[in-house]
Design a protein around this ligand. Structure first.
Ligand SMILES: Nc1ncnc2c1ncn2[C@@H]1O[C@H](COP(=O)(O)OP(=O)(O)OP(=O)(O)O)[C@@H](O)[C@H]1O
Ligand SMILES: [Mg+2]
Length: 500
């Protein structure tokens, strides 16, 4: 080792030169700290850093949660998409569940990274949350500013922007659709639901388990409906090309208990469309109707049950005094038709409207005019094919080989029995023999009742309806449409009681 006393002359000179340089740098730095403003110093330091750092090959896209005051769709899509990319290397995850969600929702925690590969391009996602510099933020979430950073090699910029990000958006859309809980909007549900509906509608989750494979109906008719729905949803461009609103109208008609409401639920479950159940008798003016219908959302089914009851609206209109009849604020059938043809048609997309009736023959011809309802579906009495499907559903057996099958087939061909009645009989026992035996007895009873009422036109239908509604003597004398209204009111009241 050298000591200053025995070191060679040149080394000693170098040593003292270095010492005086270091002292000068420290002097300059302390003078700089004193005399150069902080902003200028930090600018100079980042400029020097920029000049002496090798050029980065990476590009980072910053995807903020909000774009101005509206949510950034790319952010929302990224959040959904990244849930499917979480791997075992992720250290921290956020888990949540709202009362409406069926499953847990898992997302990456702030600071965490997720890797992805798309067409051989390596991509790195990072979830970043920062506290805002001031309080002038208009985004939600407790003032935290959230964004995703997406980094990749610069040379793939076009591919990422032109192909990867659209792919992320599409995937997120598909995931959201799969997770979607179908809603039933009703004006009798509690209003002001957080999911929208403009405060005009309340909503509950549609828990109806109906699916097409559970509906007993002519198999060709069922296939025709499924094909029609599929064609409808994929024809966005077609509707645009021919200049027609992207809407489809269905008229479902048939006796009570043949599955009209079940078919609507099956359609909604199949398409993942929400249902808006519109009770016309609770609307008193065309302007009300207009406001209520305009507050419905896209990709939904608007249902107007028992439209034959609405025919009375015309009579009601004719009977009111002159002053009232001049008022444009009353709800009229023509108001509904105008709405279907006009305003409703020109706003919103991917809408289906369904009318149901027990009496197609009682409908105003204006409703049946070609072009108004695109598809007319006759829901009819139970056939042997329908019975086989119900037996498989309710009893879990292929009843074709059961000893009673032949007898049931014969009785069913000669008796008007609804799928609802058959289903009720099949539910009475878990034992196949007992259930089918009960069905045979029921069919025989129905058949002899039918023979008794054969001579009275319409008698059977009226009787069935009266029995079904369990009306008292006063109510029995009401016109049939009023009975239907009572049924709906009773159902609603019972529903409310159950909720209490
Ligand atoms: N075609 C069917 N296939 C399977 N189940 C059916 C069918 N029709 C009726 N049901 C059963 O009967 C019940 C009542 O049927 P639904 O309410 O769909 O009949 P509807 O035709 O709408 O009657 P209404 O004219 O009184 O409104 C359903 O919940 C279902 O269990
Ligand atoms: Mg119904």
């Amino acid at each position: 080792m050298f000591s200053q006393g025995n070191m060679p002359q040149s080394v000693s000179t170098l040593f003292s030169a270095y010492a005086s340089l270091a002292a000068s740098v420290m002097l300059v730095r302390s003078m700089a700290n004193e005399f150069i403003p902080y902003e200028l110093r930090s600018y100079l330091s980042s400029a020097i850093h920029y000049l002496f750092t090798p050029l980065s090959t990476n590009l980072t896209l910053v995807i903020d949660e909000y774009s101005g005051i509206t949510r950034n769709q790319v952010y929302d899509a990224s959040e959904t998409y990244l849930r499917t990319k979480i791997s075992s290397s992720t250290d921290r995850l956020r888990v949540s569940k709202t009362p409406r969600q069926k499953n847990f929702s898992v997302a990456i925690e702030k600071g965490e990274e997720v890797n992805d590969v798309y067409e051989n391009v390596k991509l790195k996602w990072r979830y970043v949350c920062t506290e805002p510099q001031n309080n002038n933020h208009h985004y939600s979430g407790g003032g935290e500013k959230r964004c995703f950073e997406l980094s990749f090699n610069k040379k793939f910029k076009d591919r990422v922007m032109g192909s990867y990000l659209p792919f992320v958006m599409d995937r997120a859309h598909v995931i959201k659709e799969e997770e979607k809980v179908v809603k039933l909007y009703n004006r009798e549900c509690p209003m002001g639901d957080e999911d929208g509906g403009g405060g005009m509608w309340g909503s509950i989750n549609l828990e109806h388990p109906a699916t097409f494979d559970k509906i007993a109906m002519d198999s060709e008719l069922k296939k025709m409906i499924i094909d029609d729905l599929e064609m409808f949803v994929r024809r966005k461009e077609f509707y645009k090309k021919v200049g027609k609103a992207w809407k489809r109208g269905y008229l479902l008609y048939g006796p009570p208990g043949t599955g009209k409401s079940s078919l609507i639920a099956a359609m909604a479950n199949y398409l993942k469309f929400d249902i808006y159940d519109l009770e016309l008798t609770s609307i008193y003016s065309n302007s009300d109707l207009r406001r209520i219908l305009l507050s419905t959302t896209n990709r939904s089914i608007l249902v107007i049950e028992d439209i034959d009851c609405s025919v009375e609206m015309q009579d009601r209109q004719q009977n009111v005094d002159f002053e009232a009849s001049c008022s444009s604020s009353r709800l009229t059938l023509s108001g509904i038709l105008n709405f279907i043809d006009g305003l409703w048609s020109s706003c919103g997309d991917e809408r289906i409207i369904v009318f149901t009736t027990n009496h197609k023959d009682r409908l105003d011809p204006a409703l049946l005019r070609p072009g108004r309802m695109d598809v007319h579906v006759n829901m009819s009495y139970c056939t042997t094919q329908g019975f086989s499907l119900l037996a498989t559903n309710y009893l879990g057996v292929q009843c074709k080989y059961h000893r009673l099958y032949g007898e049931i087939e014969g009785l069913m061909e000669n008796t008007s029995v609804t799928p609802a009645e058959v289903a009720e009989e099949l539910m009475k026992s878990e034992d196949v023999d007992i259930a089918l035996d009960g069905l045979v007895k029921f069919l025989k009873r129905k058949s002899s009742e039918a023979n008794e009422t054969k001579d009275e036109p319409n008698g059977k239908v009226e009787d069935q309806e009266t029995k079904r509604l369990k009306l008292n003597d006063d109510e029995k004398n009401l016109p049939i449409n009023n009975k239907r209204r009572i049924l709906r009111a009773v159902r609603t009241a019972r529903g409310r009681d159950r909720q209490r």
